[in-house]
Design a protein around this ligand. Structure first.
Ligand code: AMP
Length: 398
C-alpha cells in the first residue's frame, strides 16, 4: 500500500503536488473542458484546508522542450482560482527566479502554480538536477496526475528522490481502488467489454484479463481482426493483420478456459465514411453472412446490440474499454449508445476504463450511473495490463 494524502501532516509545510492539468484550449487559449482541473480539486482543497504551502505543477500538451505560449498553464491558474474561490499565484517559469520568489513568499493555506514542466526537455528526460530544483524546499510530494503516472518523468518519478515523503492524491487513490483492487476479486460473472480502433493497443489488456474475466464482448474495429482470425471475410474493415496470430491464440485460450468470447453476429457497414452515407447491416459469421469486399464495418449491428445488452444484464462486474463503432458520427453511434445505456442501467459494479468510452459514457448517459469513470488513457490500460506505474511505484509505502 502506498502512502495516502490522508495520512500526511502538511500544516505549515511546503508541499509539491503534481496534477494533470493537460486540458484542451481553443484558438483563443480558453479552456474548452475543465474536467481535469475539477478532478484535482478534492486533493488541492484538502491540502489547503490543512495548512499546506501548496506548489502545483503539471505538463500541458507537447511543447518541444522550450516555452510556447499556446501551452502556457496561465489560463489553468485563472480557472483554478475561480473554482477554489481564492487567488492562485502563477509563476512564469517552472524552476527559475519567478518560481523561486513566489515559493519563498508562500503562506500556509495558499497555492502557487508553476509554468508547464515540459517547457524544459529535462522533464521528460527525468533529469535529476531538474527534479531536485522542482522539489526545492518541499518536504512532501503528492502525485495526483493519474494520466501521466505511467511515465517516469522528473515531475512524476524523479522528484520523489528529493523529498522526505511522497503520497498519492485522492484521484490516484480511487483509480487504483477501482482499476486494480476491486478487480482482484470481482463479483461474478466478470464481463470485459473491449472495443475501439486498435487491437494492438488493447491486446495486452485482453491477455491479462484472461486470468480474471468470465466473459468478453469484443466490438469496434477490433472485432474484425478477431473475425478474420477465424477465417471470415471482413471487406474493407480495419484489420491489424500482424495481430491475427495473437487473436487466434486468445480465441483458443478462451475456449480452453471456458471463457465466453462474444463477437458481433452482425455489423453495420458503409462504403463512404460520412454522416449521410448509405449504411446496411450484414451478418458477420452466421448463416454464411459475411462483409462484402468493398464495404467497411463501422458499428455493431442490431442483433449484436441485442446479444451484447443481454450479456451486460447478466454480469456482476463490468469493465468497459472502447466504443462499439465510430460513435463520433451520429449514424454510426447506435451500438455504442445501446451498450453505454445497458452498462449505465446495470446494477453490477461498472468501471469505464478511460479514453473514448468515458467520452461516450458522458455524452450518452449520466456519469453518476457508472460506479467509476477512469481519467486515464494509457495509464488505465497499463494498470489493467497488470503493470506497475512508475509514478505510483516511486511513492512512499504506507
Ligand atoms: P481506441 O482509441 O482504440 O479506443 O479507439 C477509439 C476510436 O475507435 C474511436 O474514435 C472510434 O471512432 C474508432 N472506431 C470504433 N469502431 C470503429 C470501426 N469499426 N472502424 C473504424 N474506427 C472505429
Amino acid at each position: 500500500m502506498k502512502l495516502s494524502i490522508k495520512d500526511i501532516q502538511v500544516n505549515g509545510k511546503e508541499v509539491l503536488m503534481r496534477c494533470d492539468f493537460n486540458v484542451p484550449y481553443n484558438d483563443e487559449l480558453q479552456i474548452t473542458d475543465d474536467t481535469r482541473i475539477q478532478a484535482a480539486l478534492p486533493s488541492i482543497k484538502h491540502l489547503l484546508e490543512n495548512g499546506a504551502k501548496l506548489i502545483l505543477c503539471s505538463h500541458m500538451g507537447r511543447p518541444a522542450g522550450k516555452p510556447e505560449e499556446k501551452y502556457s498553464l496561465r489560463p489553468v491558474g485563472l480557472r483554478l482560482a475561480e473554482l477554489l474561490g481564492t487567488p492562485v499565484a502563477f509563476a512564469d517559469d517552472t524552476i527559475g527566479d519567478h518560481a523561486t520568489l513566489l515559493r519563498a513568499q508562500l503562506e500556509p493555506g495558499h497555492a502557487v502554480l508553476l509554468e508547464n514542466t515540459r517547457f524544459d526537455a529535462k522533464e521528460k528526460a527525468n533529469d535529476s538536477d531538474f527534479a531536485k530544483a522542482l522539489a526545492g524546499n518541499a518536504e512532501i510530494f503528492v502525485n495526483d496526475a493519474f494520466g501521466t503516472a505511467h511515465r517516469a518523468h522528473a515531475s512524476t518519478e524523479g522528484v520523489t528522490h528529493h523529498v522526505s515523503q511522497s503520497a498519492m492524491g485522492f484521484l490516484i487513490e480511487s483509480e487504483l481502488e477501482f482499476l486494480q483492487d476491486k478487480l482482484r476479486t470481482p463479483a461474478k460473472p466478470f464481463l470485459a467489454i473491449m472495443g475501439g480502433k486498435k487491437v494492438s493497443d488493447k491486446i495486452q489488456v485482453i491477455k491479462a484479463m484472461m486470468d480474471k474475466a468470465d466473459e468478453f464482448i469484443i466490438g469496434g474495429a477490433m472485432a474484425y481482426t478477431f473475425l478474420k482470425a477465424q477465417g471470415y471475410k471482413t471487406g474493407m474493415s480495419l484489420v491489424e493483420d500482424d495481430f491475427i496470430p495473437l487473436a487466434k491464440e486468445l480465441l483458443e485460450t478462451a475456449e480452453q478456459k471456458g471463457i465466453k468470447f462474444h463477437l458481433p453476429a452482425d455489423t453495420r457497414i458503409t462504403q463512404d465514411f460520412s454522416n449521410d452515407a448509405e449504411t446496411r447491416v450484414t451478418k458477420t459469421y452466421a448463416d454464411g453472412g459475411e462483409i462484402p469486399d468493398d464495404w467497411e464495418g463501422i458499428d455493431i449491428g442490431d442483433v449484436a446490440i441485442q446479444d451484447f445488452c443481454k450479456v451486460v444484464e447478466g454480469a456482476g462486474t463490468v469493465l468497459w474499454n472502447g466504443p462499439m463503432g465510430v460513435f463520433e458520427m451520429d449514424n454510426f453511434a447506435a451500438g455504442t449508445i445501446a451498450l453505454a445505456e445497458a452498462v449505465a442501467k446495470s446494477d453490477a459494479l461498472t468501471i469505464v476504463g478511460g479514453g473514448d468510452s468515458v467520452t461516450a459514457a458522458n455524452k450518452f448517459c449520466k456519469p453518476s450511473d457508472f460506479s467509476f469513470l477512469s481519467t486515464g488513457g494509457g495509464a488505465s490500460l497499463e494498470l489493467l495490463e497488470g503493470k506497475e506505474l512508475p509514478g505510483v511505484a516511486a511513492l512512499s509505502n504506507a
